[in-house]
Design a protein around this ligand. Structure first.
Ligand code: FE2
Length: 181
């Protein structure tokens, strides 16, 4: 479901974010006052070489500089085209990331407005199975093929770098991380 990665992957917390964060927005989901915005991470390879210790051998499908904006519930969902993510939290707040399972296996998901994939669920149809609060500097591996949500309790922007794997599952990437550190 999720695991905090205890090793400190960042060589330094003194990072020039303005240099690495791109203004080119790649995609965005708006949900009842909360938005998640994916932007390019500029100088991606340079960032890895300067700031990260070696931490995986299976290259991620993509990497984003990500922000969650606004206060409210980013509705329970399954990620589209991604099975597992490694998130480095650049800044955080009191928000909770929550995982769920269905009360009834036959419940069908619905769509975000203007999107094509049915991947959203109503909280009333779910049972919470776990949750965590991250701090700046934390790294978490998340199984985003499971239903999850972010409950934001204030307007502080939550920022993280998100390494995303489309073609490998959670256990494969978790084992890869364990074997390389
Ligand atoms: Fe997600």
């Amino acid at each position: 479901m999720y695991q905090k990665i205890e090793q400190n992957f960042l060589r330094t917390n003194n990072i020039k974010w303005d240099y690495f964060r791109s203004n080119s927005e790649m995609s965005r989901y708006d949900c009842y006052g909360t938005s998640i915005v994916y932007s390019k991470l500029d100088h991606n390879e340079e960032f890895r070489l300067i700031h990260l210790r070696k931490f995986f051998t299976i290259p991620p499908t993509r990497v984003y500089f990500t922000e969650i904006i606004g206060g409210g519930l980013l509705y329970p969902h399954i990620d589209h085209n991604t099975q597992v993510v490694l998130n480095f939290y650049v800044s955080s707040d009191e928000s909770k990331t929550i995982f769920y399972k269905l009360k009834n296996d036959e419940t069908q998901p619905f769509k975000y407005k203007d999107k094509e994939t049915d991947n959203i669920y109503q909280p009333d149809d779910l049972i919470e199975t776990g949750s965590f609060q991250s701090s700046a500097g934390d790294a978490y591996l998340l199984d985003v093929s499971k239903i999850h949500a972010v409950q934001k309790t204030n307007d502080i922007v939550r920022q993280f770098i998100s390494y995303q794997w489309q073609y490998h599952d959670y256990d494969t990437i978790l084992n890869d991380l364990k074997n390389t550190i």
